[in-house]
Design a protein around this ligand. Sequence first.
Ligand SMILES: [Zn+2]
Length: 254
Amino acid sequence: MRPFALFAFAVLCVASLAGCHERWNQLGTGALGRYPTPADTFFVVRDADTWSFLWKWTTGESPAPNVNFSNGFTGDVVAAALLGPRNTSGYAAAFTNVTWQMESATAHVQETTPAPTDIVLQMITRPWTFARLTRPSGSVPGADGPLYFVKDGGAPILAEEATFEGLINQHFANVSTPQDTSVPSNHVPALESGVCPLHGDALVSAALNVNLSGQDVSNTAYYCAQSGRYWVRHVQGAFVGTITAWYGPFEPGS
Ligand SMILES: [Zn+2]
């Protein structure tokens, strides 16, 4: 960083009411994450749909805690530290600090491990923690910049950009025989209108990159943020033209 940039950042910090190291809140922490991380995974989340889905998949709960993702320059982002499988209970993760640079932010995560004298259960655990990050006002150049994670004082790791399309595709790819589900026929009119048949709220759609029949025309997921469930509209080529079927609901983290 150039000396001028350092100076400008220092001025912004003084001008900010809350201070540069206080603009974040832990949104939750737990040891039994349900998102199937093969190894420590660090995400940045920048929109409500992605946040809803990742929270639901990790915790099994919905709706997600409120985050103001209003826009790219002043809105919040979520930092997610989803640790890979640990072989016993007694592990935990928590954010300890967030620092802001001119063009990026750094979220510091600490893992706690069981002491040798602790009695632990032999079980697979996945410690997780989320934080809401609110950018200091006036930090224009860094408004929507990259997020780095520093875990246990190690080297900075660039966060992966989590997306709703990416997560829902990842989830659906691991649903076995989705065609075996049955959607009540009285739910279909609401679904065809893009409305949740359970809550009446608008569904969020995403194209799925799968081919269930060998001659699929399209598969589209429709997600309800209120319940954390989604349905799939399947269109398949046939002699008579196309056949449309609905599958679901599917529930990440259940
Ligand atoms: Zn719903």
